[in-house]
Design a protein around this ligand. Sequence first.
Ligand code: AMP
Length: 415
Amino acid sequence: MRVLLVGGGGREHALALGLAGDPAVEALVAAPGNPGIAAVAELREVTPTDPAAVAALAVEVAADLVVIGPEAPLVAGVADAVRAKGIAVFGPSAEAARLEGSKTFAKDVMTAAGVPTARAYTCEDAAAVAHALDEFGAPYVVKDDGLAAGKGVVVTDDRAAAERHAAECGRVVIEEYLSGPEVSLFVVTDGEAAVPLLPAQDFKRVGDGDTGPNTGGMGAYTPLPWTPPNLVDDVMRDVVHPTLAELRRRGTPFAGLLYVGLAITPSGPRVIEFNARFGDPETQVVLALLETPLGGLLHAAATGTLGAHSPLRWRDGAAVTVVVAAEGYPAGPRTGDVITGADRAGIIHAGTRRDADGTLRSAGGRVLCGTATGPDLAAARDAAYALVRDVELAGSHHRTDIAAAAVDGRITIPG
Ligand code: AMP
């Protein structure tokens, strides 16, 4: 199988490692890729959000499967353009990707499907915003209605800050605050059959102890020793299958990766958000434990044959990833700094570039991450931090508490 992977961040580096490790994948092309991905794939230039350009590249490289990593190409219709060329693609249509691209659309689908989630209002003016904030009270949850790369959400006790964010965004979804630890559940689906991967937890805030602003994600671990038994079965039954059925009913089946972001509240799991693609950095840890060949799994989802796929196999133990971010991230990351100590197994490249002379430099807010496995969470955590310690990047920062509460047994479900 010849595979074209679209994207160039940490998630795509993890996907590239998984695809390259599948004996059925005879050629892997990544566009645009990154210096980490270059070690396992041929890199090609492309604008990932240009449907015609990606489809043409898929034809040119004779791809049997196109895997689309990020959300923006999906929302732009890249999967549709590739499918129109008769090439199998892992990633939903633009219509189905609205599950991520529009918070209002997602709420609408959840309501129609009876999926447990926070009560919410879509607001377009200050009066509606004030009314919704009054109704739900603090902490206030205000979400930009469009794609915001995980950074369009403000959760705050500060009423003025909530109003300011709403005014800056224009159209927002304001919702009830959900209390409880969060879980990311990835589900591979062909629109009908659905296969859950291991639940993971990520760390959205920039600082230790969940302080500071939201980011794209500062680290992750899997598995989760503290989740209620049956969590995955319950979410498949109450969330995933009803959502997939509702999208089929609308004539826009969702095939690809359905990312279910959940809060485990005292009344049970509630959906915080859907995404239409693998999450970053949870993908790094989930794929580190996946033993089943990745290419075959994604190809089955892309060709409507997932129901016939054999059950997934997982490695024992745990995986942890720690993100190294550039100085100034998330507000205003500085780029162009020299990175040393990054050319080793377990270092996933997220925002890097390489000069002609081989020098590696930072090229984004989240620069790279150290991903490690171990016989248990504590060992995986130590190994991931050992990787990060050996990386040098001026001004960089990382959280020191990734997976710490889980290792110490400090995560509880309020009740
Ligand atoms: P989202 O982009 O919707 O995932 O939101 C980003 C982060 O904001 C989530 O991971 C949560 O930590 C937080 N968040 C979003 N919605 C809620 C909610 N209704 N209640 C509590 N926290 C939320």
